[in-house]
Design a protein around this ligand. Structure first.
Ligand code: SF4
Length: 360
């Protein structure tokens, strides 16, 4: 069976001030055992992978030989033309490391830039500066990567619109194929949660988002999902799997899977995962949950959802299940129907959660 594979690498050099991911600093001594476990788990899987995403954490912060050996374990199980992405943080890889990763099978890099301003990178607790990023990007290109994504963040403490514009203009001129632009969220349990921060208000946040859509759009980066922009043909095939509610397997501490109508996640604790990769959470979705998820996630994408695909997949009339909610939003102008497709108009995509709550 064909599916997607996500592999979680929970090691980081230093924990960032805003991060609530399942990632830890100071435990690199566990990496060899962790990678052995990951490889054994992957070898036991009987699937053919159409997309692979190695994320974290910081996959490039571990020993290069561990990351390459993981890729070499995965590659014989991939379909032809498989998109193989590795998340990469500036300041953690050399050109030789990137050449090895490429040789081992990766064909896409996702680099966390976040901002071009030293003061914002410092405030976020990132370990890199702009020069590290520039070196990393140059090395990635020299190593042969031509499909490269950048992560950016806006709505940062003390950030003004001019600084955000500079970051965007730098990003579009950097020669990458894909840009993700996320608004900073202050999550409970992170250092930012307990700090007094001067954050941009809602209006400025919205202005920053609109500026991203405009500048990225004018420079050939098409918004295909609320926060994701790509040059034609370079949309993230792995992330599209999530929004199109296609199956995927997650391997690693806390990794989440969605396969055979089941959702499950491994134990989050790294030592626990190494000892025994126990399933910590498992849920079987009802048909309605699945239909709702299809609409909720699909409408995050600019192209929206196909009514006929919904009906073929679930065996129910879309009108019978969601007709009322759909008509309400079409009347308000917050949804558009064009033939078989329903989508959120451009101007409402950023606030689409308000619309989507009527479909759950
Ligand atoms: S590098 Fe990424 S995963 Fe690691 S602490 Fe920072 S934001 Fe979290």
């Amino acid at each position: 069976m064909n599916t997607g594979l996500y592999v979680h690498i929970p090691f980081c050099i230093k924990k960032c001030n805003y991060c609530d991911f399942n990632s830890y600093s100071g435990i690199f001594n566990l990496q060899d055992a962790y990678f052995e476990k990951l490889k054994n788990e992957i070898l036991a899987l009987d699937y053919n992978f159409e997309t692979v995403y190695i994320g974290g954490g910081t996959p490039t912060a571990v020993k290069n030989e561990n990351l390459c050996s993981l890729l070499e374990t995965i590659m014989p199980k991939t379909a032809e033309g498989c998109e193989v992405t590795v998340e990469c943080n500036p300041g953690t890889v050399s050109r030789a490391d990137l050449e090895n990763i490429k040789r081992a099978g990766a064909n896409r890099l996702s680099i966390g830039l976040q901002s071009t301003h030293e003061k914002h990178l410092k405030a976020l607790g990132r370990i890199h500066n702009l020069k590290d990023f520039q070196d990393c990007l140059k090395n990635a290109k020299m190593a042969g990567f031509e499909n490269i994504s950048l992560d950016l963040m806006f709505g940062l403490p003390d950030q003004n619109i001019e600084e955000w514009e500079e970051t965007l203009r730098f990003a579009v001129s950097s020669g990458v194929t894909h840009i993700s632009a996320y608004s900073l969220k202050i999550e409970e349990g992170t250092p930012f949660y307990n700090m007094e921060l001067n954050l941009p208000d809602e209006d400025l946040n919205r202005e920053m988002y609109d500026m991203a859509v405009k500048i990225l759009g004018e420079n050939g980066f098409n918004r295909y999902e609320i926060s994701n922009f790509a040059r034609k043909g370079y949309e993230s095939r792995h992330n599209l799997r999530y929004w199109e509610t296609k199956s995927f397997i997650g391997v690693g501490a806390g990794a989440y899977s969605c396969i055979d109508e089941k959702r499950y996640a491994y134990i989050k604790d790294i030592r626990g995962y190494i000892e025994k990769a126990e399933i910590e959470y498992c849920d079987e979705l009802t048909k309605f949950d699945e239909m709702s998820e299809f609409v909720f996630l699909g409408l995050r994408c600019a192209k929206g959802i196909s009514i006929s695909e919904f009906e073929t997949r679930f065996g129910y009339s879309f009108y019978d299940v969601f007709g009322e909610a759909m008509e309400k939003h079409i009347k308000r102008g917050t949804l558009i129907r064009n033939g078989d497709r329903i989508f959120v108009p451009d101007e409402f995509l950023y606030v689409s959660n308000m619309i989507l709550s009527d479909f759950v």
